[in-house]
Design a protein around this ligand. Structure first.
Ligand code: FE2
Length: 351
């Protein structure tokens, strides 16, 4: 059940991936229960989906600040699981996204507005996002630091301009939330960074900033060769449209069931208790979360059709199985057993 807060506000959940020191932010409009997630990490997909479900919020957007080199995004999986739209800067030139955002564009989260601020320099397609006195700076501005500029079309002079002309023109009290922190700090303010950022604070010149950036001598990120290709396809290596058939109804499933082909399998992924109360004849019960035990068996089929009650669990199973490498799946989203029963099709019930 959704948690309802007694006063309307924008809530921020700051989430951390220890492996890559990445911050993910879940923004919730507590009045409308709409949410956006910024820079979700693939390894934390289950944590984030669980939180979204527990809080009972509807994920509207999954927003990327840039193409990350150190970790893979879960945006594609989140879209598949929740229907959220993927937001990426248009100049990042990423395929299979829903909203190509430009400098100054706005995203509505209920009555809050998330405004895109183009802040290139760490990469050529970096975007920061401002909402309600907070700015999510990606890898442009860190707490007492900034993103590196030595790959992905990085440009120190451009980053200097982005920070000093765009971010530092925000009010001093604006709270700063970066994509990473390696020293245990969670947030800062524009005023603090203007004063104390050792690379760019206290009016440091562009020349001095470039000299600092040129001499960082950082190691190349360990995951760069897998992360950049993965992130340019939103962290997924399949075409989600091939798998999620939103128009695939229980009537279509009935045709599959009637043909009864040996190389096709219908899976019910509700709990064993729900399954026992009634299910489509000849289908197999694979309760959500147990998919890994059935991989070998499921690969034998040309097509596997997954249904549940409303379609939501079937979509989650499809994501789980896709990650495990299955390519023969069709998930019946937006409908389920009640629709089958309403259409008058037969079910197996306890004797
Ligand atoms: Fe980055």
């Amino acid at each position: 059940m959704a948690i309802h807060y007694s006063y309307p506000s924008l809530l921020i959940k700051q989430l951390f991936d220890r492996g890559t020191c990445t911050y993910t932010y879940l923004l919730i409009n507590s009045k409308t229960q709409e949410a956006a997630i910024i820079d979700p990490v693939k390894e934390q997909f289950n944590r984030d989906v669980k939180m979204i479900e527990e809080l009972g919020v509807e994920l509207i957007y999954t927003i990327e600040t840039h193409v990350h080199a150190d970790h893979s995004t879960s945006s594609g999986m989140l879209r598949q699981n929740t229907g959220a739209q993927i937001v990426f800067a248009h100049v990042a030139d990423i395929q299979a996204i829903d909203i190509r955002i430009k400098d100054g564009d706005e995203l509505a989260l209920g009555d809050y507005v998330i405004k895109a601020i183009s802040t290139p320099g760490h990469t050529s397609g970096c975007m920061s996002y401002y909402v309600d006195g907070m700015v999510f700076t990606g890898d442009a501005l860190f707490i007492r630091g900034c993103g590196r500029t030595d790959f992905q079309h990085g440009d120190s002079a451009m980053l200097y301009d982005s920070i000093t002309q765009k971010l530092f023109s925000l009010p001093d009290e604006t709270r700063v939330y970066p994509c990473h922190d390696y020293n245990g700090r969670a947030e800062s303010t524009i005023g603090e960074e203007k004063q104390w950022n050792p690379r760019i604070g206290q009016g440091n010149s562009k020349e001095k900033f470039i000299a600092i950036m040129d001499n960082l001598n950082l190691a190349i990120p360990k995951k760069i060769n897998e992360a950049i290709p993965a992130n340019t396809s939103c962290g997924i290596n399949f075409n989600p449209q091939y798998y999620v058939h939103e128009d695939f109804s229980m009537d279509d499933l009935y045709k599959v069931w009637r043909e009864n082909n040996a190389d096709e399998l219908i899976v019910d992924n509700r709990t064993p208790e729900e399954f026992a109360e009634g299910h489509i004849p000849r289908c197999k019960n694979i309760p959500l979360g147990t998919e890994d035990q059935y991989i070998e068996e499921l690969t034998q089929y040309k097509r596997v059709y997954i249904y549940c009650r409303s379609g939501r669990r079937a979509q989650t199973a499809l994501t789980n199985l896709s990650i495990m490498g299955l390519e023969n799946l069709i998930c019946i989203s937006h409908s389920g057993l009640p629709n089958w029963i309403d259409a008058g099709y037969q079910i197996n019930t306890p004797q």
